[in-house]
Design a protein around this ligand. Structure first.
Ligand code: FNR
Length: 386
């Protein structure tokens, strides 16, 4: 069996063990997948410049954010419909994050109930990602439940006013309503281990939109809205005040790519932002996240923490983002590839290998702590046009 030494090894193994429809759902991007590639190309194009003969014996890649210590400067990004990869995927990912001692962000479009994720990872730092769609009461209920389950931060995703055009999904007939092609059905049958798990676990549901015993039922309209990713298009910066009333913990805005938007987020009272293009799954013409980061970090000027995601596949990518002004990064697909290969253990292995690579890279750079990293470590100018 081939050794799994890095994230790309896990990705290749995931491609083998998952039906193509599921792999493509996770792996793919919008339209021509230029933004997806741009995220990687821009990171790869940035050389790091080491500083030699510096004392790094007390190396610590951990950080502190919102009164929590993270063992490594990354968190697990929210992934909707991860239950397609494995039943209980969200609980397994949360538990892997707990073991790695990094935060886990649960998607509104997850397949495990908020409360069950907390039970699976009682000591984890859990954050809740929010999509606002259909009736606002649905979002309000999710926020209430997240708070009751001791989720510590709320992450409002703002780059999905409408779903990106994911052409890989469309070609498989993976759409609403579902129209699977015969080829896709045949391919699923050729992955019996996956199929058996799905049969045992049942088709993934949007568990956090399902009615609770003591709650009003979710309308069919809202369920359909989530399935087809129909968002509340009346949401604006002013809506942050509405969320602020419901949520007194840290409130982050995820999906910004422009400096002016970052200033707006600060003005409207966000406690943090995530520079993100949704892993290349939304606006295909969007810039690479790493290219957008320096101007945003500049505009925010340290008033609130700036996080970033998109294309992080190596510890050196984590370090590049930190050096260019991110306090931490999110990793989306990598732990999901791990999950596909070996369940919770696979996801944890991916998080551990990213942490090891981060530590090695920082040691090679001569930086014993994230706060010692700076733009001088990156051979700029940042190729914004890549
Ligand atoms: C996502 N992403 C995402 N973001 C979000 O805010 N809510 C969500 O439900 C989802 N769902 C989702 C599903 C899948 C399959 C993927 C790959 C991504 C985006 C995610 O949180 C993150 O921004 C990107 O995945 C980061 O890029 P990398 O690390 O995957 O390159």
């Amino acid at each position: 069996m081939t050794q799994l030494l890095n994230v790309e090894d896990y990705r290749r193994r995931a491609r083998r063990v998952l039906p193509r429809l599921v792999f493509d759902y996770v792996d793919g991007g919008a339209e021509d997948e230029r933004c997806l590639r741009r995220n990687r190309d821009a990171l790869e194009a940035l050389p790091l410049i080491p500083e030699c003969l510096r004392d790094t014996h007390a190396m610590d890649i951990g950080i502190e954010l919102f009164d929590r210590r993270w063992r490594a400067p990354f968190a697990v990004a929210p992934i909707g419909l991860a239950g397609l990869v494995r039943p209980r995927a969200d609980a397994l990912l949360a538990s892997a994050a707990q073991a790695a001692r990094v935060p886990f962000i649960l998607s509104t479009a997850s397949n495990t109930r908020i409360e069950d994720v907390r039970t699976a990872a009682p000591d984890a730092t859990l954050w809740m990602q929010l999509y606002v769609m259909g009736e606002r009461a649905i979002a309000e209920r999710i926020v209430r439940r997240a708070r009751a389950a001791n989720f510590e931060a709320l992450v409002l995703t703002v780059d999905v006013p409408v779903g990106g055009l994911r052409e890989r999904d469309l070609r498989h007939g993976f759409r609403v309503p579902m129209r699977l092609t015969p080829g896709t059905v045949f391919d699923m049958a050729r992955h019996p281990a996956w199929l058996l798990r799905l049969a045992r676990g049942g088709m993934p549901q949007f568990a956090n939109l399902l009615p609770d015993d003591d709650d009003a039922p979710v309308s069919a309209q809202t369920q359909a809205a989530l399935l087809s990713r129909t968002m509340d298009r009346t949401l604006t910066w002013e809506s942050l005040a509405w969320l602020r009333k419901l949520w007194d913990g840290p409130l982050l805005v995820k999906g910004l790519l422009g400096a002016e938007d970052a200033r707006r987020a600060v003005r409207h009272g966000a406690d943090g932002i995530v520079v993100s293009n949704h892993g290349g799954r939304q606006l295909d013409a969007a810039p690479a996240s790493i290219a957008a980061l320096p101007a945003i970090a500049d505009a925010v000027g340290g008033r609130i923490p700036v996080l970033m995601d998109g294309g992080i596949r190596r510890g050196s990518d984590v370090v590049k983002a930190l050096a260019l002004g991110a306090r931490a990064v999110l990793v989306g697909r990598p732990p999901v590839y791990g999950l596909a290969c070996d369940g919770e253990r696979g996801a944890l292995s991916v998080l551990q290998l990213l942490a090891q690579e981060t530590e090695r890279t920082m040691t090679l750079l001569g930086a014993a702590h994230a706060r010692e990293l700076g733009p001088r470590h990156v051979d700029r100018p940042t190729p914004r046009s890549l």
